[in-house]
Design a protein around this ligand. Sequence first.
Ligand SMILES: Cc1cc2nc3c(=O)[nH]c(=O)nc-3n(C[C@H](O)[C@H](O)[C@H](O)COP(=O)(O)OP(=O)(O)OC[C@H]3O[C@@H](n4cnc5c(N)ncnc54)[C@H](O)[C@@H]3O)c2cc1C
Length: 465
Amino acid sequence: MTTTTTSQSDMMPIRVAIVGGGIAGLMFAIALTHSSDSKATSIHLYEAASKFTETGAGIGMFRRPWQVMKRLNLVDLVKGMTNVPDPEEDLHLAFKVTKSDEPTSKEHLEVFIPFGNVTLHRVEFQTALAHYLEQKAITTHFNKRLLDYAVQEDGSILLNFKDGSTEICDVLIGADGIHSATRHTMIKLATEEAQAAGNDELVKQLTRPGVKDPVWSGTACYRCVFPAEKLRELNPNHGTLTAPINYIGKDRHIVCFPVSRGTMINFVGFVSHPDKEGTIWEGKTVEQRTHEDLVAAYQGWEPEVEQLVKCIDAPSMWTINTLKALPICSLGPITVIGDAAHAMTPHQGSGAGQAIEDAYVLAALLTHPSMTREKIPQALKIYEKVRLPHANEIQRKSRENGKLYEFVPSEEYPHLSAGAKTADPDQLVKEIVDVAKEHWQWAWTTDVETEKEEAIRLLEEGLKA
Ligand SMILES: Cc1cc2nc3c(=O)[nH]c(=O)nc-3n(C[C@H](O)[C@H](O)[C@H](O)COP(=O)(O)OP(=O)(O)OC[C@H]3O[C@@H](n4cnc5c(N)ncnc54)[C@H](O)[C@@H]3O)c2cc1C
């Protein structure tokens, strides 16, 4: 960030606070340091945990976030962990889909898309990002859980942490995940402001369930990563050994893919209660489950599923909570990115991808040569205008894809909920995949660079006015 005016406050570095060191926080820190003048900013990252942590599961990345990885020169960082499609523009196998909730195997429908996708082991990915950041001018603070914040009279932000300490910053980026304390305070303050201004419509939107606090999607998932060798011993021709596969069925489906260059298998087995969508989950969000629980969940499914289940001793069970589309994600000099802004179901494999895109666009605005402390609220509103509608739309489409994969009746596609009753399972899968692909094509036919350019255009236009 460079400054163009010479007032005393502008001579001081802009104090950036990033709260949360998941993929969103780390990628934002990397994007910010990629092009900024480190003398003009002081960047502090506050993480609640005692170190950067990720659970041992896999993550898929489509073409759009991959373009960001390239533009931030991060490809070499992950090249050793995965097979990068080559040439990228060609059609590559992204995943296969098969109807699996019966004892006999059905045809595997192959889905080819430009670039395909890249699959990464989360721990490897996040560790690499964290190591990369060590070379950058960023101060990281662990064991710092943000409780809330307050904007002070001089415009600076007071951060209150659980350990009783406080810090001051000029811009606060909440990358603190689905239960974001940043979002919580922001929505509370925005609601108070809207009430004071008599803006009833905004008050209504801000107080809807799923805006300040998340709601349950009605789905939970068994998660596990296990050695591919185990599966190979059971079935050397198992489809999951070579490609991502989506095994679909009534009210549940399984997504599996190889990670760590094919040495490990990532297993995610969804189990849904569609009638519970939008309720509040009262229990723990992550729990240990037994092999027997998993066997019961997929009883009577096809042999490939049976073999996968045999490889898993003690899966963890994750409740999938989500946000509803937020009406705002910036307020004054505070904004939220990643799951803090648009936590979604994982049925487009794009939550982290959206976090990466947020980080890229927001960092481009904040590192604009004309950026000053006073212009930060304007830049954050532009980020909201450009990014939030897109991410909210992906959130909606992801939910729709989840319904399609589990034959949940929807008004739009009533014929695709035939499920077990269908006379032609292969045709049903084909129709489901056609609709899912239509929902998904933004991930390989569009480029976040367009959003970045639009954001910069709006900023420069605003500066002229
Ligand atoms: C089963 C499953 C499969 C998925 N698969 C994919 C996929 O294939 N592709 C994809 O793109 N996405 C996928 N996602 C989504 C993806 O995992 C998330 O969107 C992404 O990890 C969100 O990153 P984040 O940094 O925003 O949040 P988080 O990963 O939740 O990170 C938040 C960080 O903030 C810290 N924190 C929280 N509160 C505070 C506080 N008050 N103060 C300080 N620090 C705090 C936390 O400790 C954590 O480090 C999947 C999700 C699930 C559940």
